[in-house]
Design a protein around this ligand. Sequence first.
Ligand code: SF4
Ligand code: SF4
Length: 322
Amino acid sequence: MVELPDPPMPTVDAIWRAREAEAEARGPRYDGYGIAASALGSECDRQLWYGLRWASPQEPMTGRKLRIFERGNIEEQRVIDDLRRAGLGVLDRDPETGKQWAFAMANGLLRGKADGICEGVIEAPKARHVLEIKSLKAADWRGILKHGLAKHKPEHWHQLHAGMAGLGIARGLYVGVNKDTEEILTERVRIDHDTSARQEARVMRIAASDDPPPRISDKPDSFACRFCDHRAICHAGEPARRHCRTCLHFTFTDGGHGHCARFHEPRKPDAQARGVDCPVHLYLPGLVAGEQIDADPEAETIIYRMKDGSEWTDGAQEALVE
Ligand code: SF4
Ligand code: SF4
């Protein structure tokens, strides 16, 4: 059967465009300095490597997505109010900064935020708990109840767990709200120091590598790859973005900062993004869908044989503007 197109809804379109314009007026979106704690839920090191290297284009922020984020923020505040109603103490801002609790590990390359720190959790009133709040689809709600958080939503488990490690608090409280029914579930998490050490070492290893780690699957339609943001680069040979993090002269130092061996200078994240205009940018060979066949150190070029048999010279082109 031929699918009928959605009927035009100009008012709805106007809502999305207005939200998008509002977001744009707030200024440019920045790539994350490091690897987000929630990304640790992925078993694919290559996915984390591409993310850290800002390899794929930023996902467009549509009006609908902006609304989903807003709903998450509203839900967080509602849950914090509910926890306080139930008698728990919730510190939702870090008193030192006046902002949301933030943490960084692995030389500042593993980063995240927590929704609060709780005291007086009914099940364990003496222990402080790091708080993570999520608004859930009904299927995820059921999945967590049936299989537990770590198994059904590893990205949420890792986000909470990394927050516990980063803030130095051994207990965590996960609060999930079923978007359809307003039911609430909680799950308490204990810190696992082996997991923390393993994940920190994983991030350090990924940051130190100039090559993309092996794929978790060679099938682009596998469950692991189907929804991956980097599928086009990883499986279809699409070009990566051009900036310092994709350049072979760049190495990470700490906190998302880096160093350029070509100009012998430090590169802060905002300067890294400006690498788009650098005339001597050279792609990390692992980001080029071809085989390196020659290089000219004087001209600062590298020649590749691409998969279709053509030759491509990196370094000879003018700087592109994204
Ligand atoms: S497409 Fe698959 S193999 Fe490639 S980075 Fe994503 S999850 Fe990993
Ligand atoms: S050569 Fe240019 S693009 Fe490469 S790291 Fe240095 S400043 Fe960045």
